[in-house]
Design a protein around this ligand. Structure first.
Ligand code: 13P
Length: 342
């Protein structure tokens, strides 16, 4: 059983490829659709995901796609269930299984991620629907004494319980502890908090017997807060992020797939590239971007069927740029040439 998990984890971080996070929950996809003036109906959500998953370049640069429960059960215009459509293209289907970050009792301003009850049974169903990996996200904000040790440890415990259940069901768990970059904190604060978070996560994963070679880590990059007066450049981000990962992430983990977390799409590519340019590293450094892959596609689409081709070209372009960043080959010139050619 573990060999299959290891293979899946390694395939998800195959050279030149990364993950498309298309697992926006009902509330989040409504926000994204609001930004382009499109109503969030079930059919609009289906049509949008259909164009993403059938874009011509997807199989070249996308190793896996994370789906939301509703999407897992939807079909392409031709009637193919989305997990099968992806599988047929050599793209591994995955599923977001957490039920969201909820207020943490007795701790103002902090959250704990819920969704463990009944998870064993849900994993069984998701596996039968075709999912081969899963995702669970915990969030931490920085400021005013946050995150507390309490918040760190309850979330780490839940992440490890989820990861153990995923492996038991034969799915690779993506472990996503996201330190949010909202606020005015410095890059050093971000490094300290990210280090504390990762240390707690790997302690719990070890204690709960999770096989690290059958997992992936999906962390934030270490950045200065978005409202900070100090803006860190790519060298700073790469150095601080790598230092933090080298200290806290065991080499048994096959890959680290960053979230974009509200960075501009080009920044997310530039930062990943800067880290890979400093390689080789003990783990593959890749992407599992939501906004940084989808934003240009969403803008091009605007809910109009006739814009589907333009939206697909926009997605394929960003996927190709991030594919290049996987080996430190990305340059601004390449970005412009590829955009002009596309
Ligand atoms: P972003 O890349 O937009 O942060 O989304 C990734 C994700 O899956 C968040 O859970």
């Amino acid at each position: 059983m573990n060999d299959a998990l290891h293979d899946t984890a390694r395939s998800l971080v195959a050279p030149g490829k990364g993950i498309l996070a298309a697992d926006e929950s009902g509330g989040t996809i409504k926000k994204r659709f609001d930004s382009i003036g499109v109503e969030s109906t079930e059919e609009n959500r289906r049509a949008y995901r259909d164009l993403l998953f059938s874009s011509p370049g997807a199989d070249q640069f996308i190793s896996g796609v994370i789906l939301f429960d509703e999407t897992m059960r939807q079909r392409s215009a031709e009637g193919t269930p989305f997990p099968q459509l992806l599988d047929a293209r050599g793209i591994i289907p995955g599923i977001k299984v957490d039920k969201g970050a909820k207020p943490l009792a007795l701790s103002e301003g902090e959250t704990v991620t819920e969704g463990l009850d009944g998870l064993r049974e849900r994993f069984e169903e998701y596996r039968s629907l075709g999912a081969r990996f899963a995702k669970w996200r915990a969030t931490y904000s920085i400021g005013d004494g946050r995150p507390s040790d309490y918040c760190l440890w309850v979330n780490a415990h839940a992440l490890a319980r989820y990861a153990a259940l995923a492996q038991e069901a034969g799915l690779v768990p993506i472990v996503e502890p996201e330190v949010l970059m909202d606020g005015a904190h410095t890059i050093e604060d971000s490094a300290t908090v990210t280090g504390r978070v990762l240390q707690a996560v790997y302690t719990e994963l070890h204690d709960q017997r999770v096989d690290l070679a059958g997992t992936l880590l999906k962390p934030n990059m270490v950045l200065s807060g978005y409202e900070s007066s100090q803006h860190s450049g790519p060298d700073d981000v790469a150095e601080q992020t790598l230092r933090c990962l080298y200290r806290h992430v065991p080499a048994a983990v096959p890959g680290i797939v960053f979230l974009s977390g509200g960075q501009s799409d080009e920044d997310a590519t530039i930062h990943l590239n800067a880290m890979n340019a400093r390689g080789p590293h003990p783990w593959q450094l890749s992407f599992s971007y939501g906004r940084a892959l989808q934003a240009p596609a969403l803008k091009a689409w605007r809910g109009q069927t006739e814009n589907a081709g333009a939206a697909q070209r926009a997605l394929d372009h960003r996927a190709k740029m991030n594919g290049a960043a996987r080996s430190g080959q990305y340059t601004p010139e390449f970005e412009r040439e590829a955009a002009a050619a596309g």
